[in-house]
Design a protein around this ligand. Structure first.
Ligand code: FE2
Length: 429
């Protein structure tokens, strides 16, 4: 007897009329089948997907849960720049309390679940000697574990070498259970220090058997080339498939010849890239007059070179970004527009950039819609990934380990037109 049988589902790879069966929190059946065939399968609960898209959950490869929902505390970012955001976060840090950090992060996780976002990699600033944010987010990680996978990155926001206690604090954070080694080489005082920080952090990750995810070259400076060091060190240490460069916006401004050498190196090293389109389209190019650079990394070119690229949300209502609602379809839609990825295949790659690709970069276990995977599923009010992007589709139902954890009514509008009342749902017949 199945716990749950979903019928007439369309999967992200285009297969339609699918039956998906769940037992004890795992997917135990994925096959085409009519309603009549489904009727022969005993199941405690049945859901007719009616041809709509059944997807594995959204995954956010890059977020800052310690800063989220703090917009306006203690003041707003007047210039809108990355550097004022970092300064503002520095002003806020001494005022943070563990309880407030926990409550804001839990609220964001609620938003995430409602949007079908069930895995988040969050950086956590380790430069405050109290490690308040580390303890808060480790607590949050435990509390949300039944419904959301939270992976934490030890992030030396003020610079590993630039901030006096950052190295010691990073060790303490990892000892307490933070999962991934972070860094911010472009924020060190010199290029040499940046490169040294990359080496030191990757060696520490290799020693501990951990993954690496660095804020890397979040700058419009075409000579900010720490991604090159990150890829080369990844090669040397054999960390293939375990390292991510986040942001990498300087790639946007780099010399094309240099990039033609760089992309194969990143691909050979098995380094993944996370672009954060909502944030970098607003933060980068602030020193430009016109033309203004877009400031997102070279997504289609990286993909063409065989580099896995995910889109991250990065920020929501914090010192760097005053908007956001945990909607990874909004993130992917922005990425699609900024990268001009409007072809059908390219749009499907954008959907993968907030689902399969980040799941791989995070090393999530049992992710996907195949037999044996966790029954973590999202039913969308759309019939394909492209339609989901166009509509930023409603997450009608969200299941975690086969249990319904969120539902949202279908998005429709009632028309009250004279002589022609009706209903609109924005899906073409
Ligand atoms: Fe970030």
């Amino acid at each position: 007897m199945l716990d749950l049988l979903i019928t007439q589902a369309t999967l992200p790879d285009g297969r339609s009329g699918m039956l998906v069966g769940v037992q004890a929190g795992r997917i135990v059946l994925v096959q085409p089948g009519s309603e009549a065939q489904a009727a022969d399968l005993p199941a405690a609960e049945r859901v007719d997907a009616a041809g709509l898209l059944l997807s594995p959950p959204f995954v956010d490869a890059h977020f800052h849960l310690d800063a989220t929902l703090s917009y306006g505390l203690p003041r707003v970012n007047a210039s809108g720049t990355l550097l004022e955001g970092i300064a503002l976060w520095g002003e806020l840090k001494p005022q943070l309390t563990q309880d407030a950090l926990v409550q804001r992060a839990l609220t964001y996780c609620d938003w995430a679940v409602a949007r079908g976002l069930l895995a988040i990699r969050s950086h956590v600033d380790i430069c405050d000697d109290r490690l308040l944010a580390v303890d808060a987010l480790l607590d949050v990680k435990r509390r949300v574990a039944p419904y959301l996978d939270l992976q934490l990155v030890a992030f030396p926001q003020d610079g590993l070498l630039r901030s006096p206690n950052a190295w010691a604090n990073l060790q303490r954070a990892l000892d307490r259970g933070v999962d991934v080694v972070g860094g911010i080489p472009h924020f060190e005082r010199t290029m040499d220090d940046g490169a040294a920080s990359v080496r030191q952090l990757c060696e520490e990750a290799a020693r501990r058997g951990l993954r690496v995810d660095m804020h890397c070259d979040e700058s419009d400076d075409p000579l900010s080339r720490h991604i090159e060091t990150l890829a080369a060190v990844t090669q040397r240490l054999g960390l293939h498939g375990r390292v991510v460069g986040s942001h990498c916006t300087s790639l946007h401004s780099m010399d094309n010849y240099y990039v033609s050498k760089l992309l194969p190196l990143i691909a050979e090293a098995g380094v993944g890239i996370v672009a954060n389109p909502l944030i970098n389209i607003t933060l980068q190019g602030r020193h430009d007059s016109y033309p203004k650079r877009r400031g997102m990394t070279r997504v289609p070119e990286l993909l063409a070179a065989g580099v896995p690229v995910a889109f991250g949300h990065d920020c929501a209502m914090d010192p760097w970004y005053s908007l956001g609602q945990a909607d990874m379809l909004e993130v992917a839609s922005m990425g699609l527009h900024v990268a001009q990825m409007t072809g059908q295949d390219a749009m499907r790659q954008c959907f993968a950039a907030v689902t399969d690709t980040p799941a791989r970069l995070l090393g999530l276990d049992g992710y996907g819609i195949t037999v044996g995977c966790h029954a973590d599923l999202v039913l969308l009010q759309a019939r394909s990934p492209v339609e989901a992007l166009r509509l930023r589709a409603t997450r009608l139902k969200v299941w975690r380990r086969g249990t319904l954890v969120a539902s949202t009514p279908p998005a429709t509008a009632q028309l009250m037109l004279p002589g022609r009342p009706g209903r609109v749902d924005f899906m073409l017949p």
